[in-house]
Design a protein around this ligand. Structure first.
Ligand code: CP
Length: 304
């Protein structure tokens, strides 16, 4: 994947179809044990302004397995928490690090940071997108079905960063994507338009308020928490609005008999997904979580 050397991953749409499929192939190879540990002396910075288990640990382990080092740059232990400007922080870190993964709120801050850096900048989650998660999700789907093209992924719940990156990722690889969300929590129309343009008539991009319509015949059912990080204050009022979108046995029964169930985690059992579904025979959430490691290792190796 030399074509990705030195490149940022701020949005899944930064990749074209061949680059995305190439990353998935590389990740599958690494999962099978083909690892090039030639990244000694390379250093990854993790600049995370939000909590994280999977992304933080999988990036750290991935970099160690590639032979490199990691610095955890929690803003509380840097001058960021004392107001040092983003532009100054970015230009200084660019002189020390080889690659940085950033988890923050505003996509515009991530893009501004990248604008000050020569090193690759990776989106480790913003309020707009979560591209690294979708690399792992698509790897999981490919493992389950042996292909991506022509499959249908239905996302149920909040039209959030996960919905956005799934729409872009599915459109790129030729999968149909349906997002079923309450009308006031629909995905950003700009991202819907971008995904539709990427699909270019090869696959369907559908936004609906009808969870049953979305679930019907789908090969992949996907959900995420109803209140993302930073939205905890509205969690109580969201509950009744999102109840029809719960990924439960009823919606699962409408899907393809071979359906797989995905959740990016952490999960709130009894809210967006039932215990029976997340722990059921169709669930692939633990493979999906493991695949964060393999997908990000492929990404790091490629951008380095
Ligand atoms: N799915 C995901 O990004 O998990 P973390 O928030 O634990 O990193």
């Amino acid at each position: 994947m030399t074509e990705l050397k030195g490149r940022d991953l701020l949005s899944l749409a930064d990749l074209n179809r061949d680059e995305l499929m190439g990353l998935l192939d590389l990740a599958a190879g690494m999962k099978a044990g083909k690892i090039n540990r030639s990244h000694e002396r390379k250093v990854l910075g993790l600049l995370f302004s939000k909590a994280s288990t999977r992304t933080r640990v999988s990036f750290t382990v991935a970099m160690y397995q590639l032979g490199g080092q990691v610095i955890d740059l929690n803003p509380n232990v840097t001058q960021v928490s004392r107001g040092e400007p983003l532009a100054d922080t970015a230009r200084v870190l660019d002189r020390y690090l080889d690659v940085v993964a950033i988890r923050t709120f505003d996509q515009a801050d991530l893009e501004a940071f990248a604008g000050y850096c020569q090193m690759p900048v990776i989106n480790a989650l913003t309020d707009q997108e979560h591209p690294c998660q979708v690399l792992a999700d698509l790897l999981t789907v490919q493992e389950a079905f042996g292909k991506l093209d022509g499959l249908t992924l239905s996302y149920l719940g909040d039209g959030n960063n996960m919905a956005h990156s799934l729409m872009l990722g599915c459109a790129l690889v030729g999968m149909n994507v349906r997002v079923a969300a309450p009308s006031e929590y629909s995905p950003d129309p700009k991202i819907v338009a971008q995904a539709t343009a990427l699909a270019d008539g090869r696959s369907e991009v559908l936004v609906t308020t009808d969870a049953e319509l979305a679930a019907k015949g789908a090969q992949v059912l996907y959900t995420d928490v109803w209140a993302s990080m930073g939205q905890e204050d509205s969690a109580e009022s969201r509950g009744p609005v999102f109840t029809p979108y719960q990924l439960n046995e009823h919606l699962q029964a409408l899907a393809d008999p071979e359906v797989i169930v995905l959740h990016c985690l952490p999960a709130h059992r009894g809210e967006e997904i039932t215990e029976a579904v997340i722990e059921g025979q169709h669930s692939r959430v633990w493979d999906q979580a493991e695949n964060r490691l393999h997908a990000q290792k492929a990404l790091l190796a490629s951008v380095l």
